[in-house]
Design a protein around this ligand. Structure first.
Ligand SMILES: Cc1cc2nc3c(=O)[nH]c(=O)nc-3n(C[C@H](O)[C@H](O)[C@H](O)COP(=O)(O)OP(=O)(O)OC[C@H]3O[C@@H](n4cnc5c(N)ncnc54)[C@H](O)[C@@H]3O)c2cc1C
Length: 284
């Protein structure tokens, strides 16, 4: 069928389709559907976390066991700090670099510690682009509503508000640092329409957006001479008697020694766990 015939059918049936009622699914219906049809779903794969800030939240059993497990540091180690700082940032991706630069900008002494090299991260792999309401016909409010809809209203509303409101100033900050977002012939930013958004709001750098953003953030961290601890994996957080975090212990992967950092504030920017494939393959 050619495209014009298809368009005609879409046009002719639009009113009828608008009047159709879409069956509403309750959360229970949705769970039942997932249990029945999802190839990976196993009830026994999940259990509640027993204690800690996420107590009673359900997660996969392997992660729950890891969170509740003993410290990976078996031997007793000297906790005299090798380094002392105002702000310790753990992670050298986009979030870590941005946090370190903002903290440094306030005059704080900052250490950024990361598992591999600065910039080795998921952030460099992001291709599709970054949704920010910068187009004249767009607004943070529209961005908020689109994202609520996309998140089936499960979003953290306060966090979402901050993110959509701060987005335009973050884009400006990145451009001022030197990120080369795609432009139109007239020099204005070229914003594309991404999935789930009612307005064009996707800022891109061809298909290597994350790599370009990280090129600039990494450079700026080096330019600002922020102290780096590379090839240092955080293996434990330190806390005082009131439970406040006071620093972290790292495993220096070069020489297998522990490095202790004392800090007034610790920012964890270690990314997510989406692709860690923490679950065993079921034997069936
Ligand atoms: C292939 C791909 C494509 C994507 N495309 C898009 C896209 O188009 N648009 C979009 O918005 N998002 C996209 N994403 C998601 C996006 O890249 C991430 O959400 C974002 O980059 C996360 O940034 P981050 O700084 O929080 O984490 P990361 O970039 O993952 O950085 C985490 C850092 O923490 C370090 N680290 C981890 N554990 C430790 C430890 N114990 N001690 C010390 N350091 C540690 C890591 O080495 C790394 O440097 C994509 C992701 C991937 C993988």
């Amino acid at each position: 069928m050619d495209i014009h015939a298809l368009q005609q059918i879409v046009h002719q049936t639009r009113d009828a389709r608008r009047k159709q009622t879409i069956p509403k699914f309750s959360p229970a219906d949705r769970d039942q559907l997932i249990h029945k049809h999802h190839p990976d779903y196993r009830v026994s794969a999940y259990r509640p976390i027993r204690f800690g800030p996420n107590a009673n939240d359900k997660t996969v059993v392997e992660l729950a066991a890891l969170l509740e497990g003993d410290s990976p540091i078996a031997e007793s180690i000297d906790l005299t700090p090798h380094f002392t700082t105002d702000v310790l940032v753990v992670g050298g991706g986009g979030a870590g670099c941005a946090a370190a630069l903002h903290a440094h900008g306030t005059g704080a002494k900052v250490i950024l510690a990361t598992k591999l090299r600065l910039g080795d991260s998921n952030s460099v792999m992001a291709q599709g682009g970054m949704q920010i309401s910068v187009a004249p016909e767009d607004s943070p409010v529209t961005h908020f509503l689109d994202t609520l809809k996309g998140g089936h209203m499960q979003n953290d509303h306060e966090l979402l508000k901050v993110m959509v409101e701060d987005g335009p100033s973050i884009a400006k900050w990145l451009i001022e640092l030197g990120v080369l977002f795609d432009r139109q012939a007239d020099g204005n930013l070229h914003v594309k329409k991404g999935g789930g958004s009612s307005k064009p709001r996707l800022l891109t750098c061809s298909d290597y957006t994350g790599l370009e953003i990280m090129r600039v953030l990494k450079d700026e961290v080096l330019n600002q001479k922020i102290q780096l601890l590379e090839f240092c994996a955080a293996v434990e957080l330190l806390s005082d008697d009131n439970g406040h975090c006071t620093g972290a212990i790292f495993k220096d992967l070069d020489n297998q020694r522990h490095v202790v950092v004392a800090a007034k504030s610790v920012i964890l920017a270690t990314g997510g766990i989406g692709r860690l494939h923490i679950q065993e393959v079921p034997h069936e």
